[in-house]
Each structure stands twice: as C-alpha cells, then as structure tokens.
Design a protein around this ligand. Structure first.
Ligand SMILES: [Zn+2]
Length: 91
C-alpha cells in the first residue's frame, strides 16, 4: 500500500513517470558488466544474479535495464506513474 507521503517517493517522477516498462528476469546492465546486482528504484530491495542470495530475480525494468522496480512497488505506484507495460522487445 502507498501512503500520501510514502518514504519510497524521492522524486522518481522526473525520470520514471509515463515510461514503458518490461517485466523480465533480472539481468545485468549491459553497459556495466561489473554490476552483479541492482536495487528497486523505490524501496531499494535488491535484485541479484548470484545463486545463493535470496534477492529478487525478476521485476520491472526500463527498456534499457537501467532502472529496476520490484513487483510490490510496481503495484503501489503504477497508477501514480502511468507506466505502460510492454512485452519483451524481440531482438
Ligand atoms: Zn520496491
């Protein structure tokens, strides 16, 4: 649930409002192969690739994989941010 002054909201509307998101398994940001994990843009829950960690393995990403949003935050903020969920672009 979202509250009126939700601690997770830190100005993300500047770069995340009205954008397209795709639901996919977590993967590394292609431009920076040194990263093995990421954080939800709202609650900072961790996404990670390592087998032995219990972080999230799937979530909603911007099309360039730069920003990741966990399913909980997606549900809480989707009406506020007007996200458009698109299917995985065919490569
Ligand atoms: Zn989150």
């Amino acid at each position: 649930m979202r509250s009126d002054n939700d601690w997770r909201l830190q100005g993300q509307e500047k770069y995340l409002k009205g954008i397209k998101l795709v639901r996919r398994k977590y993967r590394q940001y292609a431009k920076n192969p040194d990263w093995d994990h990421d954080h939800c843009s709202f609650c900072w829950v961790e996404f990670c690739l390592k087998e032995n960690c219990d972080s999230l393995k799937e979530g909603y990403a911007t099309l360039d994989d730069y920003h990741w949003i966990c399913p909980t935050c997606f549900e809480d903020f989707k009406d506020l941010f007007n996200w458009e969920v698109v299917s995985e672009p065919n490569s």
